[in-house]
Design a protein around this ligand. Structure first.
Ligand SMILES: Nc1nc2c(c(=O)[nH]1)N[C@H]1C(S)=C(S)[C@@H](COP(=O)(O)O)O[C@H]1N2
Ligand SMILES: [Mo]
Length: 500
């Protein structure tokens, strides 16, 4: 019984070793051929693309920005179980097990081929990986198994061992490459804006502990995208095609020679729940989008700007919104530096007033002035609204939910946004009491969020604090709760606190 257990464990271990070799070698090759050829990245990409909207929403809601780590973890765990099973199978059915490894490799290849930005070189990592995996499994079962061992001569075993050494080295190298921290973004020297941002009005940041700073640092800025591996583009090689009546083919130099504008703009994600974290405010530097499109020529009847990223993600933006005079830009800078890799380096779209999935293409490489009837974008095809203006929202950040406070004056504070329309009032109330006007911090424009605060005379007991904002058109936030799908959540944010 013990012997059997030990053999099963060893056989499973051989399967896991084969998997590690396969993944390691694949990563090593992908290092050269391009990260999108990594089988784990490709399989994860397929999973992301196939996930129906409610699953995507669930993942974002449950795991937040860690949704990708959870997905990769799930894929690796599934692979590990399969690999261990194949290892055990290999004890008596070596050919079948090796064929199983090949089948898994084929899945990796197939996953790669379905990626939108696929190139034939992307086949190599999965192919090399499955060869390494199959070899490792066959060699380990030959060396360790009771069946194979009897037939192998001393010389053959040595060759097998040497081969395993090479594969192990390559595998470890590849895994080390994968796990090592990403290279810092390539340098990009940005000119000064010809139209600088208005200086922040004094007091725009209330500096209340626990309150989001007015300007969100890049490192704290929420990240939402379908990219399992962050595209790392070389600004010197990067090109942007702008297709209108003509096609412009622009490099970074061409863009930076144009007059740049700099603006404070708040970005929000349609997946944000009431009170959720997917909003951030930054100072963006970029090329005005309208001028770029007019230079390419706007065809008669065009109604959408269709944009594509280096990893194949697509986005449609209402052309009217881009051309109506708002600060729509092709952004190359964020908060005084280049864009962080996670936020679209070297260039992305920023269009104030629209949710990110219809306005904020990161790693953008292609802009086409087209029609909605010709091209449908990534999330539009998955049922999300074609056009999605940002809904007025407000959230309470201070005090934290479920905190215990001392009776007396308590600072209640948060942010509110209604990009394009601006926030004209924020009201707060405790329980079913009367709505009280909060103090609004000054803002540079209607395109940023606004900080608000209110002093509450807290009395002992358990209280629900509630907030609502009114936008520049005079409309107060509705109390009606709707989920993010298909065009953004509504409802009022509230927090429960205890006062002693
Ligand atoms: N290439 C690419 N760009 C993208 C996305 C994406 O999945 N891929 N997601 C969009 C969505 S849904 C949002 S909300 C914003 C988020 O931008 P951020 O990650 O810089 O905050 O990016 C947009 N741009
Ligand atoms: Mo989003």
């Amino acid at each position: 019984m013990r012997r059997l257990e030990r053999r099963v464990i060893r056989a499973g271990g051989a399967g896991l070793a084969a998997l590690a070799a396969a993944l390691g070698v694949a990563e090593l090759v992908a290092r050269v051929t391009g990260e999108q050829g990594s089988p784990v990245v490709a399989v994860g990409g397929v999973a992301i693309d196939l996930a129906p909207a409610p699953v995507k929403e669930f993942a974002v809601r449950t795991f937040g920005t860690a949704d990708k780590a959870v997905l990769v973890g799930g894929i690796l765990l599934t692979m590990a179980l399969l690999a261990a099973g194949l290892g055990v199978l290999a004890v008596h059915r070596r050919t079948a097990a090796v064929a199983g490894v090949g089948a898994l490799g084929l899945l990796g290849v197939l996953a790669g081929v379905t990626r939108p930005a696929w190139v034939p070189l992307d086949l190599l990592p999965a192919l090399a990986g499955s060869l390494a995996g199959a070899y490792t499994l066959a060699a380990l079962t030959t060396l360790g198994g009771a069946t194979g061992a009897a037939h192998s001569t001393h010389g053959r075993r040595q060759v097998l061992r040497a081969g395993l050494g090479v594969v192990a080295l390559a595998g470890v190298g590849g895994l080390a490459v994968r796990l090592s921290p990403a290279a810092p973004p390539r340098r990009l020297a940005l000119p000064r804006p010809s139209s600088p941002a208005r200086p922040l009005p004094r007091g725009a940041d209330l500096a209340i502990p626990g309150l989001s700073p007015f300007t969100t640092p890049g490192a704290d800025f929420y990240r939402v995208d379908t990219a399992l591996s962050v595209p790392r583009l070389d600004p010197a090689a990067w090109r942007l095609r702008v297709r209108g009546l003509r096609t412009l083919d622009l490099g970074m130099d061409d863009l930076l020679r144009r007059g740049l504008i700099e603006r404070d703009i708040t970005l929000t994600c349609v997946s944000n729940e009431v009170g959720g974290p997917y909003a951030g405010n930054a100072r963006w530097l970029g090329v005005p989008l309208a001028a770029l499109l007019r230079e390419a020529g706007v065809p008669a009847g065009a109604d959408q700007l269709f944009s594509r990223s280096a990893d194949g993600w697509t986005c449609s933006t209402p052309l009217a919104a881009v051309l109506d005079g708002r600060d729509a830009m092709l952004a190359v800078g964020m908060n005084g530096g280049p864009l962080p890799a996670e936020h679209g380096f070297p260039a992305r779209l920023v269009v104030p007033g629209l949710y990110g999935y219809v306005s904020a293409t990161k790693w953008v490489v292609d802009l086409s002035v087209t029609r909605y009837s010709t091209d449908q974008a990534y999330w539009t095809r998955r049922g999300w609204a074609t056009d999605a203006p940002v809904k007025t929202a407000s959230r309470i950040e201070v005090p934290a939910p479920l905190s215990t406070l001392r009776a007396g004056p308590v600072t209640v504070a948060g942010v509110a946004w209604a990009q394009g329309r601006g926030v004209t009032a924020v009201e707060v109330r405790a329980g079913q009491g009367a709505w009280q006007r909060a103090r609004l911090a000054p803002v540079p424009s209607a395109d940023t969020w606004v900080q608000w605060s209110w002093t509450w005379q807290a009395e002992p007991g358990t209280h629900t604090l509630q907030v609502r904002a009114t936008d520049g058109t005079g409309r107060a936030q509705t109390a009606t709760r709707v989920p993010p799908f298909p065009d953004g959540a509504t409802g009022r944010h509230s927090v429960v606190v205890t006062v002693r």
